[in-house]
Ligand binder design. Structure first.
Ligand code: SF4
Ligand code: SF4
Length: 501
């Protein structure tokens, strides 16, 4: 056996005065780090396997455990960082492409953190959301240019199909297979309780979740897994996935070990087989081709459901969005380069795409310039971490936001970024039955509902502070935003002034 160059990334610190040898940590760790040494009557750990998911730390009844990032370092080198060297060791050992889960963790600028919100002072007074009505309901879909009413003031015009949301936040696409049934169930129930939507992702929709259809966006991706007539009709909207922020330009791969009987049945593929989604849709090579799919899906659902086209935020995103708006789609979803994923090649995740803030501002401006902004709604995702990010996104031009990682964190995810291995100790990104049982869907639902309720209240608070009482009046209202620490070019693309101006 050759020399193992990689030193464990984490150390397990066990306080032996507190450890009662109950072996809870051993049972809780799916990575098999902890074990009981009978000879010495002591708990030990194989630190090389630890992924810092914090499960054992949380479950230890005596708080005897701590996971610490190792202080062991290579000789500092500004060009060859430790992580870079370790990745080369890993590739030299395996010969494989590096795989990662969750979003891009690199130190690129977060524009949300460089944008500040306005607040009313003397004129245009602020509004107290506890005492006055505050509208956070949004409708996603095409808005007609003219409306006709009869002599009684009743609307005659037939409105294009809309998604009605009580809160401008939806749960983004995460497939059954990538995440567990209990995670899907929690998202479906919480979306229903909050009057918003969750998204099947590309894994189809299990029959047990059909009752949540009015709050379900059903996705059609390049692999077309689980797509059939009943599926399309079950949801309130259909999303064509052309791209994803974490892996623009490439397809997906769900390993066979995650394809158990239920996932196989839902996806309509054999149990244990790898589910590979091609990089492109093999029937889409132009906006005209996309238009055909948009209208095929509308035709299949009696023109009753809005069609969303989801793309990754990439260099020429504004031009692409303009084409999508002309394809007949009702909503465009743009996923930024920090968007999460169950699995993506590390190099793609960390180096391809652009920040969602810049993509959103560019798309909104382009659609306004071309006078087609009302022909399509904009939903953005890929690094929405708080209600403040939502408010900033809407002021930059979005109609609503998608959250994925934040929703998983509400379910207990500790961002260990090992989803692709299917051993998620929190019962989220796994299909192993014993691990799935760790996520109680009742508690999961409650946490998600709490999160959205808290965010909605905070959104109202921030809107009230600006003297705005409806999302409609906030959308694209860039005067409410100021930048700090940005270049002229960045401010120009975002279409906002610098703080102090
Ligand atoms: S992988 Fe998770 S449960 Fe296992 S030792 Fe590390 S932190 Fe604890
Ligand atoms: S979902 Fe599970 S495996 Fe994935 S990052 Fe979160 S805790 Fe880790």
């Amino acid at each position: 056996m050759g020399i193992q160059y990689l030193y464990p990334e984490f150390e397990v610190h066990r306080n032996f005065d507190r450890c009662i040898k109950c072996r809870v940590c051993e049972r809780q760790c799916s990575e098999q780090v902890h074990y009981y040494d009978e000879e010495d009557d002591i708990m030990r750990a194989d630190e090389s396997k630890c992924v810092d998911c914090q499960r054992c730390v949380t479950m230890c009844p005596t708080r005897a455990l701590k996971i610490v990032k190792t202080e062991n370092t290579f000789r500092p080198n500004e060009n060859w960082h430790q992580n870079t060297i370790e990745e080369i060791y890993r590739q030299a050992t395996t010969g494989g492409a590096l795989l990662s889960s969750m979003g891009n963790p690199k130190d690129y600028p977060s524009y949300w953190d460089r944008i500040l919100l306005n607040a009313s002072q003397v004129t245009n007074p602020s509004i107290d959301p506890l005492r006055e009505p505050m509208e956070t309901r949004v409708f996603l879909g095409k808005k007609p240019h003219d409306l006709e009413f009869d002599s009684h003031g009743e609307l005659i015009s037939k409105l294009p199909p809309q998604i009605e949301l009580e809160v401008p936040v939806m749960f983004s696409a995460m497939s059954f297979g990538a995440i567990s049934e209990n995670a899907h169930k929690s998202l479906a129930r919480a979306a229903t309780a909050c009057g918003t939507c969750y998204n099947t992702g590309e894994g189809g929709l299990n029959k047990s979740l059909y009752p949540y259809g009015p709050n379900t966006i059903v996705q059609v991706a390049s692999g077309r897994f689980g797509v059939h007539e009943d599926y399309l009709k079950a949801g309130c909207a259909i999303e064509i996935k052309m791209g994803q922020g974490a892996k623009p330009g490439i397809g997906g791969h769900l390993p066979g070990r995650k394809i158990g009987p239920k996932v196989a049945e839902t996806r309509m593929i054999p149990e244990g087989s790898d589910a590979i989604s091609p990089a492109p849709h093999h029937d889409i090579y132009s906006i005209e081709d996309l238009r055909q799919l948009v209208y095929s899906l509308k035709e299949a659902t009696n023109y009753e459901k809005p069609v969303i086209v989801k793309i990754a935020a990439v260099h020429n995103v504004a031009a692409i969005a303009s084409g999508i708006a002309r394809s007949g789609a009702d909503i465009i979803a743009i996923d930024g380069f920090r968007g999460g994923t169950g699995a993506a090649p590390t190099r793609i995740r960390d180096n391809v795409g652009i920040p969602i803030e810049l993509a959103l501002a560019a798309v909104d401006q382009r659609l306004r310039d071309e006078k087609i902004r009302n022909d399509i709604s904009i939903v953005v995702g890929g690094s929405i971490r708080s209600s403040a990010d939502v408010v900033k996104a809407i002021a930059l031009g979005a109609d609503a936001c998608y959250i994925g990682t934040a929703a998983l964190i509400a379910l207990g995810c500790h961002l260990c970024r090992q989803c692709s291995r299917g051993l998620c100790n929190w019962g989220i990104a796994t299909q192993r039955e014993d691990l799935c049982r760790r996520l109680n869907p009742d508690i999961g639902t409650e946490h998600l509902v709490n999160l959205l309720t808290a965010w909605n209240n905070e959104i109202k608070e921030m809107m009230g502070g600006m003297g705005i009482n409806s999302i409609e009046a906030l959308r694209g209202n860039r005067l409410m935003l100021r930048g700090v620490g940005m270049t002229e070019k960045e401010l120009e693309i975002l279409g906002i002034k610098h703080a102090g101006e």
